[in-house]
Design a protein around this ligand. Sequence first.
Ligand SMILES: [Zn+2]
Ligand SMILES: [Zn+2]
Length: 387
Amino acid sequence: MYAPPGVKTSPDLPIPDAMKAWVLGNPGELKLAEKPVPVPKRAEVLVRIDAVAICATDLEIIDHGSPAMFLGGKPFNKNFTPGHEYMGTVVALGPGVDEYRIGQRITVEVHAGCGQCKRCREGMYTSCHNYGLNYGDVDKGHRANGFTTDGGFCEYQVNNINTLVAIPDTMSDEEATLVVTAGTAMYGLTELGGLVAGESVVVTGPGPIGLLGVAVAKAMGAYPVILTGTRDNRLKIGRELGADFVVNVRSENAVEAVRKLNGGKGVDYVVECSGAPNAVTEAVHMVNRGGKVCLAAFPHEQTPVDVAHIVRNNIYLYGIRGEGKSATHRAEAFMTQKRFDATKIHTHTFALDDLPTAIRYAKERIDDAIKVVVKARGVAARQVAAE
Ligand SMILES: [Zn+2]
Ligand SMILES: [Zn+2]
């Protein structure tokens, strides 16, 4: 029975010593294994994972390793468990923790900075200077679960209390996995853009962050909110989440269409969520003079950018990493108030045992999949269900 010294548990939520966990072998290869249930240290809790969403970044990590950095290098064949968009129930408290109680439902954000570097001290823990240093004699205590430490495609995980967001019972497990996605959009808009109600926003790329970027911008009072993309079914969901206008860039010139929709002028902000090769140059031509562009997507290749236009027009470019400055708490506040319905982007739920199928749905966008969630409990595995 799980009873590590100094860790508080409850007989109401008994914890096994071992758990199921998916581990990454060679690139693209996931295996279901058994691991010991991890033990929370000071300022950490043990979370029973109730639901975890698959992110495009997980697919990237599983196939290519980057941007995960585990034990100082690529995460392959190191018994590493990916997955970072999870929620669950607090089941054990590490030493010194009284901020959360056992049995409390929470969702998590990814990055727990080291707390001792310059950026962490400034509140920019997603830009921690000790990123990935959490092992051996370089242990700075940094964690980014599913990137630099074990993640959520398993039954239990430890999380620093600073990465927890309490959620109400009115929020479903599936919806709670989307708080971190909305939090990423919120980080881009509030911390880097400084959006004031009534200002105009373009979101490029209707992936999960882009779609929730539309929702957050609208909830913050932006007008107009314009979404650009290539797929009409995604643009339609963008409309449902609050886009005032949508532009299909296959049939229209995106820059011209945006300028026309905003009365011939450029917009105040662009949130670039597409990662397309021409996206940055298009974005800087969509904003007005002095406008701001937030870069939230990782492009695969280095891309040429119209620097002269940026300088001549005093345009600001911001790269954002993850969901910093506690933006997840503000995103959760919007979602709890039902200012937008994030569940519009959740399309499928599978059992944790069916993770490879779930990943295939996410990767190949089978059945118009957007956010695919896996759950350790309450969902019958397909193999079992088929028998
Ligand atoms: Zn993610
Ligand atoms: Zn740090």
